[in-house]
Design a protein around this ligand. Sequence first.
Ligand SMILES: [Zn+2]
Ligand SMILES: [Zn+2]
Length: 345
Amino acid sequence: MSEFRRDPITGRWTLIAENRSARPNEYGAAAPSSPSNCPFCAGHESWTPSEVAAYGPPGRAPNGPGWTVRTIPNKFPTVAPDVGTPHDGVADPGVARRPGFGYHEVVVESPAHAPLFPFLGGDRAHEVLTMVRARLRVLSSRAGVASLVAFENSGPESGGTLFHPHAQIVALAEVPPRLAEEAEAAARVARATGGNCLFETVLDDERRAATRVIADTAELTAYAPFASEHPYEVRLVPRRHSGSLAEATDAELGGVAGLLPGVLRALLAIVPDASYNFVTRSFASGRPESATYHWHVDVLPRLVRPDGFEVGVGIAVNPVSPEAAAEEIRSALAAGADGPARPKT
Ligand SMILES: [Zn+2]
Ligand SMILES: [Zn+2]
C-alpha cells in the first residue's frame, strides 16, 4: 500500500511505495533475461495477475496463450484502488498525506520476448496503441480518477526492470504536477488572448521556424521542444484539440503508430542502446482542464544522469541543442533509421 506525502517546506508531493522494492530487476541481474524466466512471455500467463483485457482469436480462453496484446494489473503497483477514499484529506490544506489511490496496469505488447516496441512493425505498434487507448477509456470513467499516464520504460537508465516489451498505465485521483503545469499555461494563454490555443500557437511557430520540426503529417507534428530537458527529446502533438489519448481518433492513433517507432529507431541509430521513456498524460473524462489541452507523446531519452546541480536546483542541463537533435533525427529518419535490431533475448 502506498501513500502520497507533501513536504511542508517545498510543497512537493512524494509517493512512498515500499512494495516496489520487491520487483524483480533484470537489468541489475547477473544472468541475462530469457523467455524461460520471463513472466510476460506466452505460456507464463499464470505467473501474472489475471488479465483485464487481451486481443486474440475469438473463443480464446482468458489467461491462456494465443493473445497478441495482453493487459494485466501491475503485480507491484505504485497506486491501488483498495486504499480508502480517493480524495481523503484533499479538502484540508493542512493534511499532507493521503492514500495512494489509483490503478496501475501493464500492457504486454507481444507474446514474444523480442523485438522491442520500435521494431514490432507499424501494424503491431498500432495494435498496442489501440489497447492503450481502450484501457485509458475504461480507466477514465472509473470513480475517483482525475488523470492518466501511459508510459514505457526501455533500458537500464529508464527506471524499467523487465526487458519484455511492455507499456504501463497509471490512473490517479489527482492531476500530477507536469500535467497541471501544462494545463495551467494553456488556460492562461486562452484567458489572455480570448481563446487562443497554446499548443496550436506553438505548433504554428515551430512549423514556421522549421529548425526543430522532425515530421509533420495531417494528424501530428513531431518536434524537438525549444527547451528540451533531455538530449534528443521529441514531442508528438496532434493538431486536433483533445484532453486525452482516450479520445484520439483512429487516424491520430495511426499517426502515432507511424511516427513513434521510427523516432525511437532514429534515437537508437544515433545512440546505440539508448535508454528512454516515452510518456503521454491525459485528463479523465469530464475534467474541465481538457478544454485547453492537447494530449501528446514525449520521448525522453535517458542518456545523462542528473548531477548535484540539476537535482539540487531543479534545472535540467541538456548537452545537445534541440536544433542539432532535430537535424540528426531527421537525417536518421531519412536514412531509414532501422538502427541496430537489438536482439535483447
Ligand atoms: Zn518475455
Ligand atoms: Zn488546440
